[in-house]
Design a protein around this ligand. Structure first.
Ligand code: GLN
Length: 482
């Protein structure tokens, strides 16, 4: 097995056993990126020199017999909405095309301290708005399982890079499903942590009350390694982060009770997706878990509530791109107002402008009560319904996406259809819960299907336990030959 094909756990142990150097890992990954990128287009920036220098440090530490953190020498691809000091952070937007942050996001700083290797920054939907990665200003990323199809979004580059073995691990962000949807479409594991479990400092804000940074990997163990490395309180920089440390997970689901929320298996969800998720639930049952049916009656309203709340927050967060402070600025002459208008018209893509308009509309006086306030009430209701479901079970099992990966261009001109595909993921963000996408088979076209595990706040341990038991029972997850 070549280093680029190895899991993070295998790389870590080979490194410690001196069977492999960090330099060899870095070189293998970089060569594979070069070979794969023409087809997959996951990366926006490849930081080869920096990565080789990071590898050299790891190798010298090993040579000196120094104790290494678990992820030392392991490559992690980083979504391009996470600030990286002296490395371009574009958010896949023309607005930030040449933005070079003077600081690192907390997650990046943490990984740097742990001597992680960074192959580069990966593609996404502009400002993380989208479900297919087609809203990138630069290029669409392709699904490694079928390059005529989307990888999912918005963390499409993060998922495609891991699925195509361009990195064993990556970081994405999830505001309404952006880690889980691409993980499902690309057949990998992705975690949206509990709101507050991971510091958001240095994550370019989309909807601050919903955004969370999440780990992605090809195995449950790898994903857990990365989660462990990034979670925890950030007293300095993120007041919403909590003192939570994820340590380990169990190796049995005996006695655990999982609920199938019936609203998640309704119309719009393809028969193949439903069958695969039901089959995965049966597998967990065979491992000693109990499966029950539960109901989350307000699920139908979650999509509307999500698009109102997230757009409202986005319209406020994106006000900072005014052509003055940083980022793109129009070259046109005129008054201050004309400069704002031209900068924002030229700097933002269609979807981002749509969200800003929607957001300012629902917040404007006269509409605030009718839209924003009602959406916030619905948010409470949705949270309550999850809480009562969790009185009956330890976690929920549901689909991640209603279908498998669709063709590039198939939904891009129909925003409502694109929004509708988020139905199974947005309720989780609305309620601030953790949820994981776990590969659970393939459809008749050979495209990956994801099962979603949803738990109460800070129940990541339960999700990892269920996912790991399921993975073991299946003999591991299929990896795309590349
Ligand atoms: N697809 C959803 C949206 O476009 C979710 C995006 C995300 O999680 N960043 O808003």
């Amino acid at each position: 097995m070549k280093p680029y094909e190895m899991t993070a756990a295998a790389l870590a142990s080979a490194l410690r056993g001196k069977e492999l150097s960090a330099k060899e890992t870095a070189e293998s990954i970089l060569a594979h990126i070069e070979k794969t990128e023409p087809e997959v287009d996951a990366f926006l920036t490849v930081t080869a020199d920096e990565m080789l220098a990071q590898a050299e440090i790891v190798d010298s530490k090993i040579k000196n017999g120094e104790e290494l953190p678990p992820l030392a020498g392991i490559p992690v691809a980083v979504k391009d909405n996470l600030c990286t000091k002296n490395i371009k952070t574009t958010c896949a937007s023309r607005m930030l095309e040449n933005f070079v942050p003077p600081y690192d996001a907390t997650v990046v700083a943490k990984l740097k301290e742990q001597n992680v290797l960074f192959p580069g920054k990966v593609n996404m939907d502009e400002f993380a708005m989208g479900s297919s990665c087609e809203n990138s200003y630069f290029k669409p990323t392709k699904n490694p399982w079928d390059t005529s199809r989307v990888p999912g979004g918005s963390s499409g580059g993060s998922a495609a890079a891991v699925a195509a073995c361009e990195a064993p691990l990556s970081l994405g962000s999830d505001t309404g499903g952006s880690v889980r949807c691409p993980a499902a479409f690309c057949g990998i594991v992705g975690l949206k942590p509990t709101y507050g479990a991971v510091s958001r400092f240095g994550l370019v804000a989309f909807a601050s009350s919903l955004d969370q940074i999440g780990p992605m990997g090809r195995t449950v163990e790898d994903t857990a390694l990365l989660f462990r490395a990034i979670c925890g309180q950030d007293k300095m920089h993120d007041a919403t982060s909590k003192a939570y440390n994820f340590e380990k997970y169990a190796d049995s689901v005996k006695g655990k009770r999982f609920g199938l929320p019936k609203e998640y298996f309704g119309k719009g969800v393809s028969a193949e997706v439903k069958d695969a998720v039901y089959a995965a639930a049966k597998d967990l049952e065979a491992l000693g878990a109990e499966i029950i049916e539960v109901s989350l009656p307000s699920t139908d309203y979650a999509l509307a509530a999500y698009y109102i709340i997230s757009s409202a927050e986005a319209s406020s967060n994106l006000a900072r791109y005014d052509g003055v402070k940083y980022g793109f600025s129009t070259g046109r002459e005129g008054s201050l107002e004309e400069m704002y208008l031209a900068t924002r018209s030229e700097g933002f893509g269609k979807e981002v402008k749509r969200r800003i308009m929607l957001g300012t509309h629902v917040l404007s006086s006269g509409y605030y009560d009718a839209y924003y306030k009602r959406a916030k009430l619905l948010q409470k209701q949705i949270g309550k319904e999850f809480s009562s479901a969790f009185e009956q079970c330890d976690a929920l099992i549901a689909p991640v996406t209603p279908t498998t990966a669709y063709r590039l261009g198939e939904k891009i001109n129909d925003p409502l259809q694109m929004y509708a595909a988020d139905i199974c993921t947005v309720p989780v963000n609305i309620a601030g819960l953790p949820a994981m996408s776990v590969p659970c088979g393939f459809d008749s076209k050979g495209l990956p299907i994801g099962m979603q595990l949803i738990g109460p706040k800070f129940s990541e341990e339960t999700l990892f336990t269920a996912a790991a038991c399921y993975e073991k029972a299946k003999g591991g997850f299929a990896v795309k030959e590349v």
